[in-house]
Design a protein around this ligand. Structure first.
Ligand SMILES: [Zn+2]
Length: 367
């Protein structure tokens, strides 16, 4: 109320208030129509409701126009009090009648829109749970297994803790043999060690199943190596063994060459180099033509065109005999290769330890 209005007589003040209300209400009157409110975006309806509530408070609030008019009633003479009282009351009712509809349509619309906004939208894509995948070494191992199973080989799985007998003696590596030093492993209790090669499975398999026999044994082996980019004290090997009547070096070469062709492509060439292993005679290491450059020379094959992969040979008669197979009747070939080394080559890893650290950021790339 301005100075000016307070000097007006109460009846005029009621009339002035009514006119002021009517003028301001012009801005909101259309919102009493629900169809009009429907055209508003939710944010704007919220804004309008705030403005409208402030407007109403100025008239009907505790410190609003109606409240101050009511004070005038008490200050009026007894003769005018009743008339003024009923005039203020009428104005109050008139204002509330006019504003109710706007309150109602705005609130109804806002409530409805918020409900719709918060409702679960079943057409939205859901949040997928994080799904793991197979470790690259396991994937490679499965590929190797598939190839050999299709060649008629069985898959043998055996113990990782071995006796000296299976890890060394049975493989024609007697005590004090220099080969024991290069394969120094981890010893547990007296006479037991973590196997340093999967060749131990050859002995178990021949003892259990006898000849003829065709099997591969993928698995972990252990060496007392200091970890570096190309060494790890635990790594994966695949061992292969074929024992039958009349098995020759030609079968070995044919099998390894076929495996590498299936693994790295039909153009792959295999090469054998004479070598020495205590448990085979003759022995050979085998290389294959680089899968990256096809033999021309690149970073992966260190410009040689060849990749060294594993060792092989004809099973030593002593090994057959110890495992209970008669070397006069049967002969066989064996081979072994490192899966992690092959994995590092195929994926171009500079450090083999990445495969064992189990850093999810690294492993995720192999999905
Ligand atoms: Zn190459």
């Amino acid at each position: 109320m301005t100075e000016n209005t307070s000097q007006q007589d109460p009846k005029t003040q009621v009339e002035t208030a009514r006119k002021a209300f009517e003028e301001e209400f012009e801005d909101f009157v259309r919102l009493g129509d629900y169809a009009e409110v429907l055209k508003l975006p939710l944010v704007e309806a919220l804004l309008k409701r705030k403005e409208f509530e402030e407007f109403c408070r100025r008239y009907t609030g505790k410190k609003g126009t109606i409240a101050s008019l009511k004070k005038l009633i008490g200050q009026s003479g007894p003769d005018k009090r009743a008339i003024l009282g009923s005039q203020v009351q009428q104005l109050e009712k008139w204002i509330s009648d006019r504003t109710n509809q706007v309150h109602y349509s705005l609130s109804a619309y806002i409530q409805q829109s918020q409900l719709e906004r918060d409702r679960i939208d079943v057409t939205l894509p859901g949040r997928r749970p994080r799904r793991g995948h197979i470790h690259p070494i396991t994937r490679l191992r499965e590929r190797v297994e598939d190839i050999f199973v299709s060649l008629g080989y069985a898959i043998e799985d055996d113990r990782e803790i071995e006796t000296d007998f299976y890890n060394f003696d049975a493989l024609n590596i007697p005590a004090n043999h220099p080969a024991r030093a290069s394969q120094d492993t981890f010893y547990t209790t007296e006479g037991f060690a973590l196997r340093s090669q999967t060749s131990t499975v050859q002995i178990h398999a021949m003892q259990r199943r006898g000849a003829p026999l065709r099997m591969i044994a993928p698995g972990r082996v252990f060496r007392r190596d200091t970890p570096d980019p190309t060494h790890n004290p635990m790594f994966f090997q695949v061992e292969g063994l074929c024992v039958d009547r009349g098995i020759t070096m030609a079968h070995l070469k044919g099998t390894v060459a076929e495996f590498l062709r299936r693994m790295f492509g039909a153009q792959t060439v295999t090469r054998f180099r004479p070598s020495y292993f205590p448990f085979t005679e003759p022995s050979a290491e085998f290389d294959f033509s680089c899968f990256k450059c096809g033999g021309r020379g690149c970073r992966i094959c260190k410009q040689s065109g060849w990749i060294e992969l594993g060792g092989s040979g004809m099973v030593h008669p002593n090994v057959l005999r110890i495992a209970g197979v008669d070397p006069e009747i049967y002969s066989g070939f064996a081979f072994g290769l490192g899966i992690d080394r092959m994995c590092a080559l195929m994926y171009g890893l500079d450090d083999i330890r990445l495969l064992f650290e189990n850093d999810v950021r690294f492993l995720e790339q192999f999905d």
